[in-house]
Design a protein around this ligand. Structure first.
Ligand code: PRP
Ligand code: MN
Ligand code: MG
Length: 181
């Protein structure tokens, strides 16, 4: 079989660390939303794994919906101008929305998404992200639930891709330079 783990220089966060941290985050979310119906909004495609594990770990009654967005502009860096490829099916009026993301890199996607969702009349909008790269931030975003702050390295796995690959790795790892250079 082909060994995709061989494309990593190191495992940054393993399966068990992800599971344990998500469980901790869920306990906080359960306290904060104890008396509220929460709508989890996953951002396709990266958030699929976090959403699946977070939603199953939560003991709250939840609903889920999905958005697909795309950054305009060329290359690998996001421009901050975002286009909706798939919108929510849910009316956000009066809803408690929790955006679920795999990673906050520059923060531009989330910054745009927060403004967009807040304009739809929700009762609240908060963010839950497994990973955040503080050194890459270009905008200041208030993120209520963060799993791990990580260095500004090229990471893949657990939903995160390089050219659509590696999303199915169970851990988050650092991609070896020979793969993308
Ligand atoms: C990635 C990631 C976040 C976003 C973060 O998604 O899943 O959604 O980039 O980057 P930013 O903070 O610099 O805006 P991507 O656009 O690669 O789409 P994908 O989820 O389908 O991989
Ligand atoms: Mn994404
Ligand atoms: Mg991507």
């Amino acid at each position: 079989p082909r060994d995709i783990d061989g494309d990593l220089t190191e495992i940054l966060i393993d399966q068990e660390q992800i599971r344990a941290r998500l469980a901790e985050m869920c306990r906080s979310i359960e306290i904060d939303y104890a008396d509220k119906d929460v709508l989890l909004v996953g951002v396709l495609k990266g958030a699929v794994m976090v959403m699946a594990d977070l939603a199953r770990e939560l003991t709250l009654p939840i609903t889920m919906d999905w958005m697909a967005v795309s950054s305009y502009g060329s290359g690998t860096s996001s421009s901050g101008v975002v286009r909706i490829l798939k919108d929510l099916d849910t009316d956000l009026t009066g809803r408690h929305v929790l955006i679920v993301e795999d990673i906050i890199d520059s923060g531009l996607t989330l910054s745009w998404l927060l403004a967009n969702l807040k304009s739809r009349g929700p009762a609240s909008v908060e963010v839950c992200a497994l990973l955040r790269k503080p050194e890459a931030a270009t905008v200041d975003i208030d993120v209520k639930y963060v799993g791990f702050d990580i260095p500004n390295k090229f990471v893949v796995g657990y939903g995160l891709d390089y050219a659509e690959k590696y999303r199915n790795l169970r851990s988050v790892g650092i991609l070896a330079p020979h793969v993308y250079s």
